[in-house]
Design a binder for this molecule. Structure first.
Ligand SMILES: [Zn+2]
Length: 472
Protein backbone atom coordinates (compact mmCIF):
# COMPACT_ATOMS: atom_id res chain seq x y z
CA UNK A 1 0.00 0.00 0.00
CA UNK A 2 1.91 3.07 1.24
CA UNK A 3 2.24 6.01 -1.09
CA UNK A 4 -0.30 6.86 -3.74
CA UNK A 5 0.45 4.94 -6.87
CA UNK A 6 -0.89 3.60 -10.13
CA UNK A 7 0.89 0.66 -11.68
CA UNK A 8 0.49 -1.89 -14.41
CA UNK A 9 2.06 -5.33 -14.76
CA UNK A 10 1.41 -8.74 -16.34
CA UNK A 11 1.33 -12.17 -14.71
CA UNK A 12 0.80 -13.93 -18.03
CA UNK A 13 0.22 -13.26 -21.72
CA UNK A 14 3.41 -11.15 -21.80
CA UNK A 15 5.94 -12.37 -24.37
CA UNK A 16 3.57 -15.25 -25.20
CA UNK A 17 0.06 -15.81 -26.52
CA UNK A 18 -1.60 -17.75 -23.70
CA UNK A 19 -2.25 -17.27 -19.99
CA UNK A 20 -3.46 -13.65 -20.21
CA UNK A 21 -3.42 -12.00 -16.75
CA UNK A 22 -2.90 -8.25 -16.52
CA UNK A 23 -2.95 -6.28 -13.30
CA UNK A 24 -3.85 -2.66 -12.66
CA UNK A 25 -2.88 -1.51 -9.13
CA UNK A 26 -4.36 1.68 -7.70
CA UNK A 27 -3.01 2.63 -4.24
CA UNK A 28 -2.27 -1.06 -3.77
CA UNK A 29 -5.75 -2.35 -4.72
CA UNK A 30 -5.44 -4.81 -7.60
CA UNK A 31 -7.80 -5.19 -10.53
CA UNK A 32 -7.10 -8.28 -12.66
CA UNK A 33 -7.87 -8.14 -16.37
CA UNK A 34 -8.43 -11.72 -17.63
CA UNK A 35 -7.36 -14.89 -15.88
CA UNK A 36 -6.49 -17.22 -18.73
CA UNK A 37 -4.92 -20.64 -18.93
CA UNK A 38 -1.42 -21.25 -20.22
CA UNK A 39 -1.40 -23.81 -23.06
CA UNK A 40 1.41 -25.61 -24.81
CA UNK A 41 3.82 -28.26 -23.55
CA UNK A 42 1.86 -30.09 -20.90
CA UNK A 43 4.21 -30.04 -17.88
CA UNK A 44 5.32 -26.47 -18.41
CA UNK A 45 1.76 -25.16 -18.86
CA UNK A 46 0.60 -27.12 -15.83
CA UNK A 47 3.27 -25.55 -13.60
CA UNK A 48 2.53 -22.03 -14.80
CA UNK A 49 -1.20 -22.55 -14.29
CA UNK A 50 -0.66 -23.77 -10.74
CA UNK A 51 1.41 -20.65 -9.99
CA UNK A 52 -1.65 -18.49 -10.86
CA UNK A 53 -1.31 -15.04 -9.19
CA UNK A 54 -0.16 -14.11 -5.65
CA UNK A 55 -2.82 -13.64 -2.93
CA UNK A 56 -5.99 -14.24 -4.95
CA UNK A 57 -8.18 -13.46 -1.93
CA UNK A 58 -6.99 -9.84 -1.79
CA UNK A 59 -7.67 -9.01 -5.45
CA UNK A 60 -10.29 -6.23 -5.56
CA UNK A 61 -11.98 -7.00 -8.89
CA UNK A 62 -11.68 -8.99 -12.11
CA UNK A 63 -12.62 -7.98 -15.65
CA UNK A 64 -12.97 -10.70 -18.32
CA UNK A 65 -12.57 -9.48 -21.93
CA UNK A 66 -13.85 -12.64 -23.68
CA UNK A 67 -14.55 -16.34 -23.31
CA UNK A 68 -11.50 -17.92 -24.95
CA UNK A 69 -9.76 -20.45 -22.68
CA UNK A 70 -6.48 -18.52 -22.69
CA UNK A 71 -8.39 -15.57 -21.16
CA UNK A 72 -10.97 -17.19 -18.85
CA UNK A 73 -9.58 -20.68 -18.19
CA UNK A 74 -8.12 -20.10 -14.71
CA UNK A 75 -11.07 -18.20 -13.18
CA UNK A 76 -12.29 -21.40 -11.44
CA UNK A 77 -8.83 -21.82 -9.88
CA UNK A 78 -8.92 -18.18 -8.76
CA UNK A 79 -12.26 -18.84 -7.04
CA UNK A 80 -10.92 -22.08 -5.55
CA UNK A 81 -7.90 -20.21 -4.15
CA UNK A 82 -10.12 -17.72 -2.31
CA UNK A 83 -11.11 -14.92 -4.69
CA UNK A 84 -14.64 -13.83 -3.67
CA UNK A 85 -15.05 -10.58 -5.61
CA UNK A 86 -16.94 -9.82 -8.80
CA UNK A 87 -16.00 -10.92 -12.31
CA UNK A 88 -17.17 -8.28 -14.77
CA UNK A 89 -17.98 -9.37 -18.34
CA UNK A 90 -20.63 -8.99 -21.04
CA UNK A 91 -23.65 -11.35 -20.75
CA UNK A 92 -22.56 -13.34 -23.84
CA UNK A 93 -19.05 -13.76 -22.42
CA UNK A 94 -20.47 -15.01 -19.12
CA UNK A 95 -22.52 -17.66 -20.96
CA UNK A 96 -19.74 -18.81 -23.31
CA UNK A 97 -17.13 -18.79 -20.52
CA UNK A 98 -19.44 -21.07 -18.52
CA UNK A 99 -19.33 -23.64 -21.35
CA UNK A 100 -15.55 -23.28 -21.82
CA UNK A 101 -14.71 -23.62 -18.11
CA UNK A 102 -17.07 -26.57 -17.64
CA UNK A 103 -15.56 -28.32 -20.66
CA UNK A 104 -12.09 -27.90 -19.14
CA UNK A 105 -13.24 -29.33 -15.77
CA UNK A 106 -14.66 -32.37 -17.61
CA UNK A 107 -11.45 -32.90 -19.63
CA UNK A 108 -9.29 -32.62 -16.47
CA UNK A 109 -11.51 -35.13 -14.63
CA UNK A 110 -11.26 -37.57 -17.58
CA UNK A 111 -7.45 -37.13 -17.71
CA UNK A 112 -7.16 -37.79 -13.97
CA UNK A 113 -9.22 -40.97 -14.29
CA UNK A 114 -7.27 -42.19 -17.31
CA UNK A 115 -3.84 -41.44 -15.81
CA UNK A 116 -4.92 -43.09 -12.56
CA UNK A 117 -5.81 -46.29 -14.41
CA UNK A 118 -2.55 -46.21 -16.37
CA UNK A 119 -0.56 -45.80 -13.14
CA UNK A 120 -2.49 -48.63 -11.48
CA UNK A 121 -1.59 -50.93 -14.40
CA UNK A 122 2.08 -50.17 -13.83
CA UNK A 123 1.60 -50.70 -10.11
CA UNK A 124 2.68 -47.14 -9.36
CA UNK A 125 0.91 -44.43 -7.40
CA UNK A 126 -0.71 -41.49 -9.04
CA UNK A 127 -0.44 -37.95 -7.75
CA UNK A 128 -1.80 -35.64 -10.43
CA UNK A 129 -4.94 -33.77 -9.45
CA UNK A 130 -7.08 -31.57 -11.70
CA UNK A 131 -6.53 -27.83 -11.22
CA UNK A 132 -10.23 -27.47 -10.52
CA UNK A 133 -13.51 -29.33 -10.78
CA UNK A 134 -17.13 -28.60 -11.72
CA UNK A 135 -17.91 -27.17 -8.25
CA UNK A 136 -15.17 -24.56 -8.72
CA UNK A 137 -16.61 -23.68 -12.14
CA UNK A 138 -20.05 -23.21 -10.61
CA UNK A 139 -18.57 -21.00 -7.88
CA UNK A 140 -16.73 -18.85 -10.42
CA UNK A 141 -19.81 -18.59 -12.65
CA UNK A 142 -21.75 -17.32 -9.62
CA UNK A 143 -19.30 -14.44 -9.20
CA UNK A 144 -20.01 -12.92 -12.62
CA UNK A 145 -21.62 -9.49 -12.79
CA UNK A 146 -22.62 -8.82 -16.36
CA UNK A 147 -22.15 -5.39 -17.91
CA UNK A 148 -23.52 -4.61 -21.35
CA UNK A 149 -21.45 -2.78 -23.96
CA UNK A 150 -21.17 0.98 -23.46
CA UNK A 151 -22.51 1.05 -19.89
CA UNK A 152 -19.85 2.71 -17.66
CA UNK A 153 -19.66 0.79 -14.39
CA UNK A 154 -17.87 1.58 -11.10
CA UNK A 155 -16.01 -1.58 -10.08
CA UNK A 156 -14.17 -0.47 -6.93
CA UNK A 157 -12.59 2.49 -5.13
CA UNK A 158 -11.48 4.97 -7.76
CA UNK A 159 -11.98 2.66 -10.74
CA UNK A 160 -14.60 2.51 -13.46
CA UNK A 161 -14.81 0.31 -16.56
CA UNK A 162 -16.69 0.60 -19.84
CA UNK A 163 -16.78 -2.35 -22.27
CA UNK A 164 -16.57 -1.75 -26.02
CA UNK A 165 -16.95 -4.16 -28.97
CA UNK A 166 -13.67 -5.91 -29.73
CA UNK A 167 -14.88 -7.63 -32.95
CA UNK A 168 -13.09 -10.86 -31.97
CA UNK A 169 -15.74 -13.41 -30.85
CA UNK A 170 -19.33 -13.17 -29.61
CA UNK A 171 -19.37 -11.04 -26.44
CA UNK A 172 -15.72 -9.99 -26.77
CA UNK A 173 -14.90 -6.60 -25.30
CA UNK A 174 -12.16 -4.06 -24.91
CA UNK A 175 -11.98 -2.75 -21.35
CA UNK A 176 -11.69 1.02 -21.14
CA UNK A 177 -10.77 1.73 -17.54
CA UNK A 178 -10.73 5.03 -15.70
CA UNK A 179 -8.70 5.15 -12.48
CA UNK A 180 -8.28 7.84 -9.81
CA UNK A 181 -5.80 7.53 -6.95
CA UNK A 182 -6.11 9.04 -3.46
CA UNK A 183 -4.36 12.24 -4.53
CA UNK A 184 -7.06 12.76 -7.14
CA UNK A 185 -4.84 12.03 -10.15
CA UNK A 186 -6.82 10.47 -13.01
CA UNK A 187 -5.56 8.05 -15.64
CA UNK A 188 -7.35 6.11 -18.41
CA UNK A 189 -6.03 2.73 -19.53
CA UNK A 190 -7.58 0.74 -22.37
CA UNK A 191 -7.09 -3.01 -22.69
CA UNK A 192 -7.84 -4.45 -26.12
CA UNK A 193 -8.09 -8.05 -24.89
CA UNK A 194 -7.93 -9.81 -28.25
CA UNK A 195 -8.46 -7.25 -31.00
CA UNK A 196 -10.71 -8.53 -33.79
CA UNK A 197 -11.17 -7.55 -37.42
CA UNK A 198 -13.50 -5.51 -39.53
CA UNK A 199 -16.02 -7.42 -41.64
CA UNK A 200 -16.24 -10.61 -39.62
CA UNK A 201 -19.69 -12.20 -39.90
CA UNK A 202 -22.22 -12.17 -37.01
CA UNK A 203 -20.45 -9.69 -34.69
CA UNK A 204 -19.80 -5.97 -34.97
CA UNK A 205 -16.44 -4.43 -35.92
CA UNK A 206 -13.96 -3.27 -33.25
CA UNK A 207 -15.31 -0.06 -31.70
CA UNK A 208 -13.69 3.36 -31.66
CA UNK A 209 -12.49 3.96 -28.10
CA UNK A 210 -12.41 7.39 -26.45
CA UNK A 211 -8.96 8.96 -26.01
CA UNK A 212 -6.78 7.15 -23.48
CA UNK A 213 -3.50 7.74 -21.62
CA UNK A 214 -2.29 4.15 -21.97
CA UNK A 215 -3.17 1.38 -24.40
CA UNK A 216 -2.49 -2.28 -23.61
CA UNK A 217 -2.47 -3.84 -27.08
CA UNK A 218 -2.33 -7.47 -28.21
CA UNK A 219 0.22 -8.52 -30.83
CA UNK A 220 -0.69 -12.09 -31.86
CA UNK A 221 -0.28 -11.25 -35.57
CA UNK A 222 2.13 -8.35 -35.04
CA UNK A 223 4.28 -9.56 -37.96
CA UNK A 224 1.67 -11.03 -40.29
CA UNK A 225 -1.00 -10.06 -42.82
CA UNK A 226 -4.21 -12.07 -43.43
CA UNK A 227 -6.27 -12.82 -46.51
CA UNK A 228 -9.28 -10.53 -46.72
CA UNK A 229 -12.47 -11.70 -44.99
CA UNK A 230 -14.36 -11.07 -48.24
CA UNK A 231 -12.50 -13.87 -50.05
CA UNK A 232 -13.59 -16.50 -47.53
CA UNK A 233 -17.05 -17.13 -48.97
CA UNK A 234 -15.87 -17.47 -52.59
CA UNK A 235 -13.23 -19.99 -51.60
CA UNK A 236 -15.65 -21.92 -49.43
CA UNK A 237 -18.14 -22.16 -52.32
CA UNK A 238 -15.41 -23.37 -54.73
CA UNK A 239 -14.18 -26.08 -52.40
CA UNK A 240 -17.68 -27.40 -51.65
CA UNK A 241 -18.71 -27.39 -55.32
CA UNK A 242 -15.62 -29.31 -56.37
CA UNK A 243 -16.10 -31.89 -53.61
CA UNK A 244 -19.81 -32.28 -54.44
CA UNK A 245 -18.93 -32.87 -58.11
CA UNK A 246 -16.59 -35.69 -57.04
CA UNK A 247 -19.20 -37.07 -54.65
CA UNK A 248 -16.88 -36.66 -51.68
CA UNK A 249 -17.12 -35.31 -48.17
CA UNK A 250 -15.65 -32.06 -46.93
CA UNK A 251 -14.36 -32.44 -43.37
CA UNK A 252 -13.65 -29.20 -41.51
CA UNK A 253 -11.87 -29.25 -38.15
CA UNK A 254 -13.11 -26.13 -36.32
CA UNK A 255 -13.13 -24.70 -32.84
CA UNK A 256 -16.54 -25.07 -31.24
CA UNK A 257 -16.94 -21.39 -30.47
CA UNK A 258 -17.21 -18.71 -33.15
CA UNK A 259 -15.49 -20.52 -36.03
CA UNK A 260 -18.22 -23.15 -36.25
CA UNK A 261 -21.02 -20.55 -36.07
CA UNK A 262 -19.25 -18.42 -38.69
CA UNK A 263 -19.07 -21.41 -41.02
CA UNK A 264 -22.74 -22.23 -40.44
CA UNK A 265 -23.64 -18.62 -41.18
CA UNK A 266 -21.61 -18.64 -44.43
CA UNK A 267 -23.12 -21.96 -45.51
CA UNK A 268 -26.59 -20.56 -44.84
CA UNK A 269 -25.88 -17.63 -47.17
CA UNK A 270 -24.30 -19.87 -49.84
CA UNK A 271 -27.32 -22.22 -49.82
CA UNK A 272 -29.78 -19.28 -49.89
CA UNK A 273 -27.93 -17.72 -52.82
CA UNK A 274 -27.86 -21.15 -54.54
CA UNK A 275 -24.09 -20.93 -54.87
CA UNK A 276 -23.68 -24.46 -53.48
CA UNK A 277 -25.97 -27.47 -53.90
CA UNK A 278 -28.18 -28.52 -50.99
CA UNK A 279 -25.95 -31.27 -49.66
CA UNK A 280 -26.24 -32.19 -45.98
CA UNK A 281 -24.12 -30.08 -43.62
CA UNK A 282 -23.40 -31.60 -40.22
CA UNK A 283 -22.17 -29.92 -37.06
CA UNK A 284 -20.78 -32.80 -35.05
CA UNK A 285 -19.62 -31.47 -31.66
CA UNK A 286 -21.64 -31.24 -28.44
CA UNK A 287 -19.77 -28.12 -27.34
CA UNK A 288 -20.39 -26.43 -30.70
CA UNK A 289 -24.09 -27.20 -30.35
CA UNK A 290 -24.16 -25.63 -26.85
CA UNK A 291 -22.24 -22.62 -28.11
CA UNK A 292 -24.61 -22.21 -31.08
CA UNK A 293 -27.61 -21.99 -28.75
CA UNK A 294 -25.78 -19.24 -26.83
CA UNK A 295 -25.23 -17.35 -30.11
CA UNK A 296 -28.99 -17.52 -30.71
CA UNK A 297 -29.90 -15.82 -27.42
CA UNK A 298 -27.55 -12.85 -27.77
CA UNK A 299 -28.91 -10.69 -30.59
CA UNK A 300 -27.49 -7.64 -28.74
CA UNK A 301 -24.08 -8.72 -30.11
CA UNK A 302 -25.10 -8.98 -33.78
CA UNK A 303 -23.97 -6.76 -36.62
CA UNK A 304 -26.42 -5.17 -39.10
CA UNK A 305 -26.37 -8.06 -41.58
CA UNK A 306 -27.38 -10.76 -39.14
CA UNK A 307 -29.71 -8.40 -37.28
CA UNK A 308 -31.55 -7.86 -40.56
CA UNK A 309 -31.95 -11.58 -41.24
CA UNK A 310 -32.65 -12.74 -37.72
CA UNK A 311 -34.55 -9.97 -36.02
CA UNK A 312 -36.45 -8.38 -38.94
CA UNK A 313 -37.17 -11.44 -41.08
CA UNK A 314 -37.39 -13.95 -38.23
CA UNK A 315 -34.98 -16.27 -39.93
CA UNK A 316 -32.63 -18.38 -37.91
CA UNK A 317 -29.13 -17.74 -39.24
CA UNK A 318 -27.85 -20.78 -37.36
CA UNK A 319 -30.41 -23.22 -38.73
CA UNK A 320 -31.62 -24.12 -42.23
CA UNK A 321 -33.01 -27.15 -44.07
CA UNK A 322 -29.79 -28.89 -45.02
CA UNK A 323 -28.12 -28.22 -41.63
CA UNK A 324 -28.04 -30.98 -39.02
CA UNK A 325 -26.65 -31.13 -35.51
CA UNK A 326 -25.45 -34.44 -34.13
CA UNK A 327 -25.27 -34.37 -30.35
CA UNK A 328 -25.18 -38.10 -29.60
CA UNK A 329 -22.33 -40.52 -30.22
CA UNK A 330 -24.72 -42.73 -32.26
CA UNK A 331 -25.54 -39.83 -34.61
CA UNK A 332 -21.85 -39.17 -34.98
CA UNK A 333 -21.12 -42.81 -35.86
CA UNK A 334 -24.00 -42.98 -38.37
CA UNK A 335 -22.32 -40.08 -40.14
CA UNK A 336 -19.30 -42.27 -40.85
CA UNK A 337 -21.44 -44.65 -42.93
CA UNK A 338 -23.15 -41.89 -44.87
CA UNK A 339 -22.47 -42.21 -48.62
CA UNK A 340 -22.36 -39.23 -50.94
CA UNK A 341 -21.33 -35.61 -50.71
CA UNK A 342 -21.64 -33.89 -47.33
CA UNK A 343 -19.97 -31.27 -45.19
CA UNK A 344 -18.90 -32.23 -41.67
CA UNK A 345 -17.79 -29.57 -39.19
CA UNK A 346 -16.31 -31.04 -36.04
CA UNK A 347 -13.93 -30.29 -33.14
CA UNK A 348 -11.23 -30.08 -31.91
CA UNK A 349 -9.92 -27.35 -34.16
CA UNK A 350 -6.34 -28.69 -34.25
CA UNK A 351 -7.50 -32.36 -34.59
CA UNK A 352 -5.82 -33.27 -31.30
CA UNK A 353 -8.89 -34.87 -29.71
CA UNK A 354 -12.62 -35.35 -30.11
CA UNK A 355 -14.94 -36.55 -32.86
CA UNK A 356 -12.96 -34.92 -35.67
CA UNK A 357 -10.43 -37.75 -35.32
CA UNK A 358 -13.08 -40.36 -36.19
CA UNK A 359 -14.12 -38.38 -39.26
CA UNK A 360 -10.50 -38.11 -40.36
CA UNK A 361 -10.03 -41.86 -39.95
CA UNK A 362 -12.94 -42.39 -42.38
CA UNK A 363 -11.98 -39.79 -44.98
CA UNK A 364 -8.26 -39.05 -44.95
CA UNK A 365 -7.31 -41.94 -47.26
CA UNK A 366 -10.21 -41.30 -49.67
CA UNK A 367 -9.15 -39.29 -52.76
CA UNK A 368 -12.71 -38.00 -53.30
CA UNK A 369 -12.74 -36.36 -49.85
CA UNK A 370 -11.44 -32.94 -48.87
CA UNK A 371 -9.98 -31.87 -45.54
CA UNK A 372 -10.52 -28.12 -45.24
CA UNK A 373 -8.33 -26.30 -42.72
CA UNK A 374 -9.68 -22.98 -41.48
CA UNK A 375 -7.70 -22.25 -38.33
CA UNK A 376 -4.28 -21.91 -36.78
CA UNK A 377 -2.49 -25.26 -36.41
CA UNK A 378 0.14 -25.27 -33.67
CA UNK A 379 3.40 -27.17 -34.04
CA UNK A 380 3.29 -30.89 -33.16
CA UNK A 381 -0.49 -31.24 -33.66
CA UNK A 382 -2.24 -33.64 -36.05
CA UNK A 383 -3.75 -30.60 -37.78
CA UNK A 384 -0.27 -29.24 -38.45
CA UNK A 385 0.91 -32.55 -39.91
CA UNK A 386 -2.07 -32.57 -42.27
CA UNK A 387 -1.40 -28.96 -43.22
CA UNK A 388 2.24 -29.80 -43.89
CA UNK A 389 0.99 -32.50 -46.33
CA UNK A 390 2.77 -35.38 -44.63
CA UNK A 391 2.27 -38.60 -46.64
CA UNK A 392 0.89 -40.54 -43.72
CA UNK A 393 -0.42 -39.66 -40.27
CA UNK A 394 -1.08 -41.57 -37.09
CA UNK A 395 -4.58 -41.40 -35.58
CA UNK A 396 -5.60 -43.46 -32.53
CA UNK A 397 -2.33 -45.39 -32.88
CA UNK A 398 -3.00 -46.44 -36.47
CA UNK A 399 -1.21 -45.18 -39.60
CA UNK A 400 -3.27 -43.71 -42.47
CA UNK A 401 -2.09 -42.70 -45.95
CA UNK A 402 -3.12 -39.12 -46.73
CA UNK A 403 -5.00 -39.29 -50.06
CA UNK A 404 -7.75 -36.74 -49.45
CA UNK A 405 -7.34 -33.26 -50.88
CA UNK A 406 -6.00 -30.79 -48.33
CA UNK A 407 -7.36 -27.25 -48.70
CA UNK A 408 -6.84 -24.15 -46.60
CA UNK A 409 -8.67 -20.88 -46.07
CA UNK A 410 -6.73 -18.35 -43.99
CA UNK A 411 -9.30 -15.57 -44.13
CA UNK A 412 -11.14 -16.61 -40.97
CA UNK A 413 -8.67 -15.32 -38.37
CA UNK A 414 -10.30 -13.61 -35.37
CA UNK A 415 -7.24 -11.44 -34.63
CA UNK A 416 -6.30 -8.21 -36.38
CA UNK A 417 -3.05 -8.42 -38.34
CA UNK A 418 -0.60 -5.53 -37.97
CA UNK A 419 -2.09 -3.45 -40.77
CA UNK A 420 -5.62 -3.91 -39.40
CA UNK A 421 -4.31 -3.06 -35.92
CA UNK A 422 -2.97 0.22 -37.23
CA UNK A 423 -6.16 0.93 -39.25
CA UNK A 424 -8.06 0.66 -35.98
CA UNK A 425 -5.53 2.59 -33.87
CA UNK A 426 -5.22 5.42 -36.35
CA UNK A 427 -9.00 5.96 -36.16
CA UNK A 428 -8.66 6.78 -32.42
CA UNK A 429 -7.91 10.12 -30.79
CA UNK A 430 -4.27 9.53 -29.84
CA UNK A 431 -3.56 13.08 -28.65
CA UNK A 432 -3.32 12.03 -24.98
CA UNK A 433 -1.59 8.70 -25.54
CA UNK A 434 1.51 8.40 -23.36
CA UNK A 435 2.53 4.82 -24.05
CA UNK A 436 1.48 1.59 -25.75
CA UNK A 437 2.13 -1.62 -23.84
CA UNK A 438 2.42 -4.67 -26.12
CA UNK A 439 1.21 -8.02 -24.77
CA UNK A 440 -0.17 -11.35 -26.07
CA UNK A 441 2.41 -12.06 -28.75
CA UNK A 442 5.53 -14.08 -29.48
CA UNK A 443 8.90 -12.36 -29.86
CA UNK A 444 8.75 -11.88 -33.65
CA UNK A 445 5.24 -10.40 -33.57
CA UNK A 446 5.97 -8.12 -30.62
CA UNK A 447 9.21 -6.79 -32.07
CA UNK A 448 7.73 -6.19 -35.50
CA UNK A 449 4.69 -4.38 -34.12
CA UNK A 450 6.91 -2.24 -31.87
CA UNK A 451 8.96 -1.16 -34.87
CA UNK A 452 5.91 -0.73 -37.11
CA UNK A 453 4.09 1.51 -34.59
CA UNK A 454 7.30 3.49 -34.11
CA UNK A 455 7.41 4.14 -37.86
CA UNK A 456 3.80 5.33 -37.66
CA UNK A 457 4.86 7.95 -35.13
CA UNK A 458 3.91 6.29 -31.83
CA UNK A 459 6.78 7.43 -29.61
CA UNK A 460 6.63 5.17 -26.58
CA UNK A 461 5.92 1.51 -27.33
CA UNK A 462 6.94 -0.98 -24.66
CA UNK A 463 7.05 -4.77 -24.94
CA UNK A 464 5.74 -5.91 -21.56
CA UNK A 465 7.96 -8.26 -19.55
CA UNK A 466 6.16 -10.68 -17.28
CA UNK A 467 6.33 -9.47 -13.67
CA UNK A 468 7.92 -6.10 -14.44
CA UNK A 469 6.13 -3.12 -12.79
CA UNK A 470 5.33 -0.05 -14.86
CA UNK A 471 4.39 3.24 -13.14
CA UNK A 472 1.48 5.05 -14.78
ZN1 LIG B 1 -9.29 -14.75 -28.04
Amino acid sequence: MGAMSMRFHSEGGAGEVTGSKHVLSIDGARCLIDCGAFQGKRDEAEKKNRDLVPDPESIASVILTHAHFDHCGMLPLLAKRGYRGNIYATPATRDLAGVVMMDSAAIQARDAEYLGKQAAKRGSTFEWKPLYDEEDVIRATGQFVTVSYNRPMPIGDGIKVELYDAGHILGSAMAYTHARDRSGREVTIAFTGDLGRKGKPIIRDPAILPAMDYLVLEATYGDRLHESTEDAMDKLADIVNQAAARGGKVVIPAFAIERTQELVFYFHLLVDQKRIPEIPIWVDSPMAINATSIFQIHPECYDEEIHEAFVRHHENPFGFNSLHFSASVQDSKRLNDYQGPAVIISADGMCEAGRIQHHLIHTISDPSSTILLVGYMAADTLGRRIRDRENEVRIHGEVFKVRARIEEINAFSAHADYRETWDWMSSLDLSRLKRVFLVHGEAAGLEHLEKFLGEKGIKDVRIVKKGERYEL
